[in-house]
Design a protein around this ligand. Structure first.
Ligand code: CP
Length: 315
């Protein structure tokens, strides 16, 4: 594995989940494997879980870590080739990526979608430019189109709550006052392709995810119908993909409530966090014993550790 930009970069998905599970049991089993190596973590956007869990994962493997809030501490980056750099962008990604490669043995990057330019977002310009111009492995800590570290942690969470029967897993859209990216929904959907499960996506009309990502997966526009007999319910907001970046509705009809959860097969509740209570999910659902959100956050460490270890193994 050269980079970890998508779950599909993993040499073996099931092995990666098994590795994350075993690292959770023995986090320090490989505590010297990253000794004298440095992981750089570059944040173009805010984070709580990703920042802390990826640092902790690296430290469990013996790495040194350098963290930088790129958006307000670094020179603004230019990504276009052949431009006269007269504007506010002072440094080209070609030099920035090459320079970071001098100080770090791996670099992890968070760079959300702009939600204003679909073509540029789909090109995933920040992560892919670093992968192109850095000569070290690049790790995606949520890019414009994917959040594979979250999806790998979610796979571990599903594995830990495996049922004796083939589960029904529902990803349901939920309301949100701000336009949010598609990255979590995309990567969760990609991850579900590796699972033995009945997977359904529920979202209102106008909110279908990229049809290339959801190809072959049932997409229902009736939330209550989708929730029937679900074993796992993953709530997440995303903005419209077809009317790119737009918020098409502001009502609370799709708020995930206890009444709706009663339609399920006593389903576990999942969300990547952060979450807006009583906008996305009712208090009674997130505070219920079936809520897995803190376990999901905990599993971020071991998912990241499995990815870092796999990159070290393939160095
Ligand atoms: N789930 C997640 O990525 O959380 P943060 O944005 O806090 O890192």
């Amino acid at each position: 594995m050269k980079h970890f930009i998508s779950l599909n970069d993993l040499p073996d998905f099931k092995q990666a989940v098994a590795l994350a599970k075993s690292l959770k049991q023995q986090p320090y089993a490989f505590e010297t494997q990253g000794k004298r190596k440095t992981l750089g973590l570059l944040f173009f956007n805010p984070s709580l879980r990703t920042r802390l869990s990826t640092q902790k994962a690296a430290q469990n493997l013996g790495f040194n870590t350098i963290v930088m809030n790129f958006s307000n501490e670094a020179w603004a980056l230019e990504f276009e080739d052949g431009t006269e750099m007269r504007g506010i962008r002072s440094e080209h990604v070609r030099e920035a990526a090459a320079v970071v490669s001098q100080y770090c043995d791996m670099v992890a990057i968070r760079a959300f979608a702009s939600l204003s330019n679909k073509e540029q977002d789909e090109a995933d310009i920040v992560v892919n430019s670093f992968a192109k111009y850095a000569d070290i492995p690049v790790i995606n800590m949520e890019s414009a189109v994917g959040h594979p570290l979250q999806a790998l942690a979610d796979a571990l969470t599903l594995e830990e709550h495996a049922l004796p029967h083939r589960p029904k897993v529902v990803l349901t859209w939920a309301p949100h006052p701000k336009a949010l990216p598609h990255a979590v929904g995309n990567s969760f959907t990609n991850m579900m392709r590796y699972q033995e499960a009945d997977y359904v996506i529920a979202n209102p009309e106008g909110y279908d995810l990229n049809p290339e990502i959801t190809k072959g997966i049932p997409v229902l526009h009736n939330q209550e119908e989708a929730l029937k007999d679900a074993d796992f319910v993953y709530a997440k907001n995303w903005c419209s993909y077809s009317q790119y970046g737009q918020i098409l509705r502001t009502d609370n009809e799709w708020l995930l409530t206890e009444e709706k959860m009663a339609l399920t097969n006593n389903a576990k509740f999942m969300h990547c966090l952060p979450v807006r209570r009583n906008i996305v999910v009712a208090d009674g659902v997130i505070d219920h014993a079936n809520s897995l959100v803190i376990e999901q956050a905990n599993n971020r460490t071991y998912a990241a550790q499995a990815v870092l270890k796999t990159l070290l193994d393939h160095a």
